[in-house]
Design a protein around this ligand. Structure first.
Ligand code: ADP
Length: 415
């Protein structure tokens, strides 16, 4: 979505200015709490201006922020209009404007609503003989209708767009996951067939290199063994993709799966002198799942964190229970009342280029020289088979990465 920071800032600024002008014009200075009310208006309407300046681009383009700004502005403007004793008619017209814009589906519809509101406003302001009682007040209020309409239309259209983008990206991920499922089954069959001949190649290359005395030939045979071993690794990943489709679902302890993934990664963690900070792994976290597959998914995330971390880096692993989904799209097949576990694996390593974020979970996407690009795709498929999801986040290259896994809990209360 295009960067709207400057448009939001400009419109919010205009909105604030017009409301302040109406307040200054309409409310007598000697009235009760004039200065307090004026100051609260500046504060309440001005704080979104600061927020728009400092908020991250991702949060700015999220539908939640846009919807909150829309509702917040509408609420504050209603209070301000009431303070300014702008009259029940203007208030009603403004309410019509808010609801109309909130329900409209396009900028054209919003424009139509703004036009209708203006006509209503003009109709109520004219006195017999076509005279406007207080021209300055009239033009200020007229300006207010148009500034409010433009800001609301911009926010409403953007919130709508952000929501449908979010929905599209989630649906796309589901399709990717389905593709991975059929790809995994087919690839696993092919991999199974290749495994036999590959083992023969490796065994024979080993035998021949043990027998040969020619140094040139030994080198070539060594290369054959190395490459065959690499093919073996890829086959292992592909074969495990096929196995994901045949999960063994039983009551399982997610914390135990994380601990076993940590144990398996122990030698690498020690080798690179990584520091692991863990929390929530002491108590059991009961889910319905396949413990081998869950450990495999966690291992894939941990492996990536290890590979991304510098020597001596820190990896944080946190497991907790919650009722609130991380994002609405986590609610896929999960009722909002269902408690679920949230496992966060965070590293302070290489970080992820924002351009790569949408591709991370695609099969065969890799930025590593020896990567297969199957780790995250497989992990996501495993977690989706458990009715959960994985979200990835990073502030950018060099700034570490965070992967959050959510899986419905088997029972118990959220903490
Ligand atoms: P592979 O590890 O074989 O490349 P994955 O599917 O596990 O395949 O990962 C895909 C890509 O996602 C990686 O190549 C890397 O660019 C990126 N990635 C995954 N985890 C991290 C992480 N913790 N930090 C930085 N980049 C990561």
């Amino acid at each position: 979505m295009p960067d709207r920071r400057s448009s939001y800032f400009a419109f919010q600024g205009l909105f604030l200015s017009v409301l302040l002008l109406i307040f200054i014009y309409d409310v007598p200075r000697h009235g009760p709490d004039w200065y307090e009310r004026f100051a609260s208006l500046v504060l309440i309407l001005g704080s979104p201006l600061v927020l728009i300046r400092i908020i991250s681009p991702k949060a700015l383009s999220s539908w939640g922020f846009q919807a909150a700004l829309f509702v917040g502005d509408a609420a504050v403007a209603s209070v301000a209009l009431q303070w300014a004793q702008a009259g029940a008619n203007l208030y009603l017209i403004y309410v019509l404007l808010i609801f109309g814009t909130a329900l409209s589906r396009s900028l054209l519809q919003s424009l139509f609503i703004a036009l209708v509101s203006s006509i209503l406003f003009i109709a109520k302001s004219y006195r017999p003989g076509f005279a406007i009682a207080r021209p300055t007040g009239f033009w200020l209020q007229f300006l207010f209708i148009w500034v409010a309409a433009s800001l609301m239309a911009l926010l409403s259209a953007d919130a709508e767009r952000a929501q449908s983008e979010e929905r599209r990206s989630y649906e796309k991920r589901l399709v990717d996951a389905e593709r991975l499922s059929s790809l995994g089954q087919m690839a696993a069959e092919v991999a199974h067939k290749i495994k036999g001949p590959l083992t023969t190649i490796m065994v024979n290359a080993e035998y021949a290199s043990a027998k040969t005395r020619a140094p040139g030939l030994a080198k070539v045979l060594g290369e054959i063994r190395e490459e065959a071993a690499r093919c073996g690794e890829i086959l292992k990943d592909v074969l495990s993709l096929g196995r994901i489709e045949e999960l063994d679902l039983d009551p399982t302890d997610l914390a135990q799966c994380v601990r076993s993934a940590l144990r398996a990664a122990g030698p690498q963690i020690r080798k690179f002198r990584l520091k692991i900070e863990e929390s929530g792994l002491e108590s059991s976290a009961r889910v319905v799942g396949d413990k081998t597959m869950l450990a495999q998914a966690v291992s894939a995330l941990l492996q990536n964190a290890i590979e991304a971390s510098p020597h001596g880096g820190i990896i944080r692993i946190k497991l907790n229970k919650s009722r609130r989904p991380l994002m609405r799209r986590d609610a896929w097949k999960i009722s909002l009342q269902d408690p679920f576990y949230r496992l966060t694996i965070e590293d302070s390593g290489n970080g992820i280029d924002p351009e790569h974020l949408p591709n991370l979970f695609k099969p065969f996407f890799t930025t590593k020289k020896d990567g297969t690009g199957l780790g995250l795709a497989g992990a996501l498929r495993i977690i989706q088979k458990h009715r959960g999801t994985i979200e990835a986040a990073s502030l950018g290259p060099g700034l570490g990465a965070r992967f959050v896994v959510t899986i419905p809990a088997l029972d118990g209360k959220a903490s």
